[in-house]
Ligand binder design. Structure first.
Ligand code: NAP
Ligand code: MG
Length: 504
C-alpha cells in the first residue's frame, strides 16, 4: 500500500502545484488548466458480437458507429446485431444453461462472479475513460461512481451465489433459465452489472443488448467474461438497434425478460409478450419530487438539489427533477441555488474538474431543448448561468424554471436532462399531493430536520425509494424499483435477486 501511495505521488505532473488557482467563472473554463484524464481506454476500431464465448461478426455483416458526445468524434464501430444473431445467442445461452451454468453448484458460480468483479476493478480506470468517452458523463462520476458501483454489484451477488436457500427459507430456490435483457444509455456499465450479476448468481444465462448510443463498455465487459473463463454461452452481448432488443424480448427462448429504459418502450415490450408466460421486470422512467422544508439545513439541501438533478446531466431515471420547496424559504433556496449553479463547471467530460459533462446525443439535446421551449411558451421563467457553448459536442448549461405549475409539461413529463422545475407548497399535505401527482413513482427526496415529517412522507409518497436528507444514494444491498408507470420488480438486494429465481 505504502509503495503504491508513494508511486502515485511521484508520478504527478510537476507543474500541478504551479498552476494558478482556477477562477470559478463559467465562460472561461475552456481557456485554462483543463485536467484531462489520461488513462488509455484501450478502444478497438471495431467490436464484434459476443456469442457462445467468442467474438463473432454479425450475420448481416453491418456495423454502426458509436460517437463521443463530448466532441462528436467517432469512437469505434460496433456489430449491428439482428434476429439471426439473437437466435444464435439464445441458442448458446440455452446450451450453457442446460449443460454447465444451470447445473453448477453455487459455490463454483461464485468464483467466476468474484473473478468478474476483480477483473473489472483491475481495469477500472480504462473502463471509466471508455464510459466517459462513449456517454459524455464526467470522468469524476465514472471513476468514483459508475465503475466501482458496477464492481460492487458483482461482489455482492457473488456472495449470494452459494447462499440462495436463505433468500426464501423453506422453499426450493432455482434459476429461471435464459434471461433476455435490454438496457439504456444513461449508466451503461452500471445497468449492465445490475442485470448480469444477479442473473448469474441465481444460475441463469443471459443475452443482453446495450443501448446503441453507448455499447462500448458492454463489449469490453464481454472481454472480461472471456478472460474470467466463464463457460461459453453464459453471457452473450448483442449490440444493435432497438428492433434487435424487441426481438430478444419476445424470443421464445427467454424465460425471463428484464428491461430498463423509457416507459414508452416498456409498454411496447409488455404488449409484445403479453400472454407468453415470461417472467418480467421493468425499470422505467421517473419524475421525482425533491421536497425541501423550511427547517432543512438549506446549504446541504442545495447540494442535494444540485446532485439530484445535475448528476449525469440529469439523465437519471430517479433524478430529482421537480423541486418542491416550502414557501417561507422558496426565495432563499432559489437564490442559493443560482449562486451554486454559477460555479458548476460544464464542459469536457474527461476533465477531472468537470461537474456537468455532455448530453448523450444530438437527439437527446434537441429533445431537452424542446422542453426548454415549451417551459418558456407555457409561461414559466427560465434561468441559466452564463455559458459559452463549445464548438463541438452536445452541451447544455444547468437550467432552472421558476413559476412552474403542475399542468406545465416540464412539471409532468420526464425531460431526462439538466433541467429543474421548481414548484412551491405551504403544508405537508400539499407537498404529498403534488409529489404524488404524477404517473411515475420511482424516487423522492425529503429535506427536513424533523423525523416525524420524514416518517410521514416515506409512507405517503408513492415512490420506490425515498431519500431523506440525501439524494441519489445507491448500494447493491438496497432494492431499487418503481411504483405505477415507473415499472415493477426490484433490482438490488434480496428482493432484486428473488426476481431472478424460481421458487417452488
Ligand atoms: P429507451 O429508448 O427506452 O431505450 C432503452 C433500450 O431499449 C435501448 O437499448 C434501446 O435500444 C432499446 N429499445 C428501443 N426500442 C425498443 C423496442 N421496441 N424493444 C426493445 N428494446 C428497445 O430509453 P433510453 O432513451 O435509452 O433511456 C432513457 C430512459 O430509461 C428514461 O426514460 C429513463 O427514465 C429510463 N431509465 C430507467 C431506469 C430505472 O431503473 N427505472 C434506469 C435508467 C434509465 P437503442 O438504444 O438501440 O434504441
Ligand atoms: Mg456513444
Amino acid at each position: 500500500m505504502a509503495t503504491s501511495a508513494t508511486a502515485k505521488k511521484t508520478t504527478r505532473p510537476a507543474t500541478r502545484s504551479a498552476r494558478p488557482a482556477p477562477e470559478l467563472i463559467f465562460g472561461d473554463l475552456w481557456e485554462y488548466d483543463p485536467s484531462p484524464e489520461t488513462a488509455d481506454p484501450k478502444l478497438k476500431a471495431r467490436y464484434e458480437l459476443f456469442i457462445d464465448g467468442k467474438f463473432v461478426p454479425p450475420a448481416g455483416g453491418k456495423y454502426f458507429d458509436s460517437i463521443n458526445p463530448g466532441n462528436e468524434q467517432k469512437l469505434a464501430e460496433l456489430a449491428l446485431g439482428g434476429a439471426a444473431d439473437v437466435d444464435a445467442a439464445c441458442a448458446a445461452a440455452t446450451r450453457a444453461f442446460d449443460t454447465t451454468w444451470g447445473r453448477m453448484p453455487g459455490r463454483e458460480r461464485a468464483k467466476y462472479i468474484y473473478r468478474l468483479a476483480r477483473l473489472l476493478q483491475d481495469r477500472a480506470r480504462e473502463f471509466a475513460v471508455a464510459e466517459t468517452m462513449d456517454n459524455g458523463k464526467p470522468i469524476r462520476e465514472t471513476r468514483d461512481f459508475d465503475v466501482p458501483m458496477a464492481a460492487a454489484h458483482f461482489f455482492y451477488h457473488a456472495g449470494w451465489a452459494d447462499k440462495l436457500e436463505y433468500l426464501a427459507p423453506g422453499r426450493r430456490v432455482a434459476p429461471i433459465g435464459v434471461v433476455g435483457q435490454v438496457i439504456p444509455w444513461n449508466f451503461p456499465l452500471l445497468m449492465l452489472s445490475w442485470k448480469i450479476a444477479p442473473a448469474l448468481a441465481a444460475g441463469n444465462c443471459v443475452v443482453i443488448k446495450p443501448a446503441s448510443n453507448t455499447p462500448i463498455t458492454a463489449v469490453k465487459l464481454a472481454e472480461i467474461v472471456q478472460d474470467a473463463g466463464l463457460p461459453p454461452g453464459v453471457v452473450n452481448v448483442v449490440t444493435g438497434p432497438g428492433s434487435t432488443g424487441g426481438y430478444l424480448m419476445a424470443h421464445p427462448a427467454t424465460a425471463k425478460i428484464a428491461f430498463t429504459g423509457s416507459t414508452e418502450v416498456g409498454k411496447v415490450i409488455m404488449r409484445s409478450v403479453a400472454g407468453r408466460g415470461k417472467r418480467m421486470t421493468m425499470e422505467l422512467g421517473g419524475k421525482a419530487a425533491n421536497i425541501v422544508f423550511d427547517d432543512a439545513p438549506l446549504d446541504q439541501a442545495v447540494e442535494g438539489i444540485v446532485n439530484g438533478i445535475f448528476f449525469n446531466q440529469g439523465q437519471v431515471c430517479c433524478a430529482g427533477s421537480r423541486l418542491l420547496v416550502h414557501e417561507p424559504v422558496a426565495e432563499q433556496v432559489v437564490a442559493k441555488l443560482k449562486t451554486r449553479l454559477r460555479v458548476l463547471r460544464v464542459g469536457n467530460p474527461l476533465d477531472k474538474n468537470t461537474d456537468v459533462g455532455a448530453i448523450v446525443s444530438r437527439d437527446q439535446l434537441e429533445s431537452i431543448q424542446g422542453y426548454l421551449d415549451s417551459g418558456v411558451q407555457e409561461g414559466a421563467e427560465m434561468w441559466q448561468p452564463p455559458f459559452r457553448r463549445p464548438a463541438k459536442g452536445f452541451y447544455l448549461p444547468p437550467t432552472i424554471f421558476t413559476g412552474v405549475t403542475q399542468s406545465h409539461r416540464i412539471a409532468r413529463e420526464e425531460i431526462f436532462g439538466p433541467v429543474l422545475s421548481i414548484l412551491t407548497f405551504r403544508t405537508i399535505e400539499e407537498a404529498v399531493e403534488k409529489a404524488n401527482n404524477t404517473a411515475y413513482g420511482l424516487s423522492a427526496g425529503v429535506w427536513t430536520d424533523k423525523g416525524s415529517r420524514i416518517l410521514k412522507l416515506s409512507t405517503e409518497l408513492k415512490a420506490g425509494v425515498v431519500w431523506a436528507n440525501t439524494f441519489n444514494k445507491f448500494d447493491p444491498t438496497s432494492p431499487f424499483g418503481g411504483y405505477k408507470e415507473s415499472g415493477f420488480g426490484r433490482e438490488g438486494g434480496r428482493q432484486g435477486l428473488l426476481d431472478y429465481c424460481r421458487l417452488t
